[in-house]
Design a protein around this ligand. Sequence first.
Ligand SMILES: Cc1cc2nc3c(=O)[nH]c(=O)nc-3n(C[C@H](O)[C@H](O)[C@H](O)COP(=O)(O)OP(=O)(O)OC[C@H]3O[C@@H](n4cnc5c(N)ncnc54)[C@H](O)[C@@H]3O)c2cc1C
Length: 373
Amino acid sequence: MSSTALTKRVAVIGGGILGVSTAVHLLRGGASVVLLTEAGLASEASGRSLSWLNSAGERSTPYHLLRLAGVDRYRTLFAADPSREWLQFGGGLMWNAAGEKAVTEARHAYEKSVGYDSKLLEPAEIAAVTPGIDAGAVPENAIFNPGEGWVSLPDLVDYLMEEFHARGGELVLNAGKASVMVDGGRATGVETAAGETFDADAVLVACGAATPAVVAPLGVEIPNGSPVSMLVVTKPVEHKVAAVMNTPRAAIRPNPGSTFALDHDWYEGSIREHADGTFSIPEDVVQALADEASKLIGGNPELKPASWKIGYKPIPGDGEPVFGELGQAPGCFVAFTHSGATLGLIAGELLAGEILTGNRHPMLATFRPGRFS
Ligand SMILES: Cc1cc2nc3c(=O)[nH]c(=O)nc-3n(C[C@H](O)[C@H](O)[C@H](O)COP(=O)(O)OP(=O)(O)OC[C@H]3O[C@@H](n4cnc5c(N)ncnc54)[C@H](O)[C@@H]3O)c2cc1C
């Protein structure tokens, strides 16, 4: 690390997994870091994410490789302490609706072709590879991906923040809608909604679904495809499920405290946005999702929703991640992506490296914000 890097002052906007992970990697690299966020930590998507760690299905090769590296970093963290209740690798199980047997077979064939561990199973074969599933819910066939896992992002953020504080990071909560300061075309720091300013050599905007709005005043256009979504956490229930399940009517994963986290998209039309920017959904729709999830679990235990959170799921307009420095405002970097749980650790590592050294990492080459200019 050069002496310039050691003295670099970086301001990070956004207390979700991408901001927190990058901040910690910057501190590890010797930077001085101030992390500012609108309200609390993990208050948006990172506080209501299914956080299935995977690169299943088909996507661009650079995105696939980045996701594999993302899962790799979680495996390293897992290996250091496999007993953590908030990070587990119990594999992933998916199936499609009745009549889509060939679609599942094609997905499995594709996954095999790129070397992704993928097992095509008859319902009767499921119990031998993963426990706690009601195989009667599987209409034809299923895919088991043994290398996948899940993380509880609020717990990961807490874990990373311990290191953030130990390394002397400065945290500013309740900063309101902060903005990037620019002087002579270059980013020079961050201003909070109340007008407090923080000078910096570099700024990272990691504001989730709000990222395009935060960089728009800099003359940067990033298309925003973020939909509204919901995550439900159930009350505790006895179960043996270890895998993340993605099925036609419910996605479900184990969650700390013997609870489950549930999501899907069929009920998005039932979500209402209010004038104050909050969202609501009828309680019977939340219970209907819990009932769908119950059908997937051995013994079909009654699932009772304990809490549900609704808000935007960050997705760039073209579906691919947006990582790197803005051509229009040198010194200002962005991190805006779908699958930010899978990418949380690797994106923070690679972006911190770019911010500290100025060297562009080849794995981020196709994800630059300049592609929209
Ligand atoms: C329902 C759901 C399911 C998901 N499932 C998966 C999955 O299975 N696998 C996977 O890999 N990913 C999944 N994701 C995606 C993943 O959770 C997100 O990509 C990730 O959490 C985004 O983190 P972030 O740090 O970019 O944004 P966020 O967590 O949204 O954090 C952004 C932060 O910036 C703050 N902020 C915004 N604007 C400003 C401003 N102007 N000033 C100050 N602060 C500001 C916000 O308050 C927030 O705290 C899912 C997401 C959702 C919602």
